[in-house]
Design a binder for this molecule. Sequence first.
Ligand SMILES: [Zn+2]
Length: 471
Amino acid sequence: MISSIRSYFPQRLSWIPTSRPPHEYFELAGKLLLKHEIPLSEEQISHLVSTSVLTKVDSFERHYFGPRCRRCGNQQAHFFATMPHASCGRDCTYCRYCIQMGRVLACEPIYIGSSNVKWPAPAHPCAWEGTLTPAQEMAADELVTLVQSGGGERLVWAVCGAGKTEMLFPAITKALQQGKRICLATPRTDVVRELLPRMKTAFPQVGVQALYGDSPDKRGNAPFLLATTHQLYRFAHAFDVMIIDEVDAFPFHNDPSLHFVSQRAAKPEAAVIYLTATPRKKQKRKIRYKKLPVTFIPRRFHGHPLPVPQLKLTPTLHRSLKKGELPTRILKSIAEQNLTHRQLLLFLPSIKKAEEIARFLLEEGYDVKAVHAEDTDRAEKIAAFRKKEYRMLVTTTILERGVTFPSVDVFVIDAGHAVFDEAALVQIAGRAGRSHEDPSGNVIFYHIGKTDEMLDAVDAILYMNRLGEKG
Ligand SMILES: [Zn+2]
């Protein structure tokens, strides 16, 4: 999937600057910026352009079929619009595709910062003292080889809870020792927030930074960046090692421009590592035809199999949900679950339903909170749940991935709903049994009729468990 993007968007990046910027301009290294995003005066910018620290390019490239946005790669005509523009005094074309990152106008150039920067090369950057399992170690060795070689791509297909992050440490260490620049990109802000403290602890001297929509630190001038995939719109040929987490997840899965920008953010000779627990059909096909080298980890780090979901038919489910309630059968299961030592994650198909059911459970006397995409206190609530400050968390697919709680059971309410596709259900089931102390957990899909997605998810989990058993 990824390499084919090169042919869609041939990367004519001869305009990438090569001259070495002075130390104080690390903030510009490998960046692709609009003028107002550069915190310098007009004169300073001109000086940097004349010394090739910055290269000034037209924001739109002429292409056979019309303009192409240099920031997002869009060339679909219906994503270009015009507006009267005071600076140029006429109707000026702009790109609607990447407008959430600030407007790219035809009359305003884009600036590209030189990547020719000497990053520090610490001898012992990694402070992590844990040990890898044999499966993790095998994968780690393959990634170290990739980083050391002349670049290329590799997909790591690891079950939820395989310990992907730790498995990356040797490759990251090797890259840092060689003075390379690394970016770990993931589609979800929550995942970036969760990874930052872990990476800071593992690589204390490196000054790891996180970039996401409302991140407090926007400098992006460290040798090791964690970023949401959308932040890659602001980079060009910046990274020697590009790690793309959850390559199958929305929006990365559906947005060709994110593939374009993640390709462009990496240097042409970069090592590119894709991580996934639930590859899409396209990726599986590439693996089957040996077009994408793969590293496979079918076992969790603690060696126990994945919990297999139980499917429970609940005919009155929709009638109850319509009233903002849960059927007696599910309420009884929740009451029983509340007597155990585990916390409970309850997945609902929409924000509205999640809020209604959380309110209903609160009225029933449960210790419960709701978390969803539009919730501004999301990070705090998730942290409090992890510290076991309350028992039950009602949520949407926003928490299907990347977030780890030590000891939970997982109920999916209305598992036949269209938002719960195979990948989502496998990921959701993967929230249970994550810790050494409690390696199992109950996963229950409540439904009004089995769907193919549910059955495929169960099959995928059983398949992984069989592979894991064989070693
Ligand atoms: Zn654009």
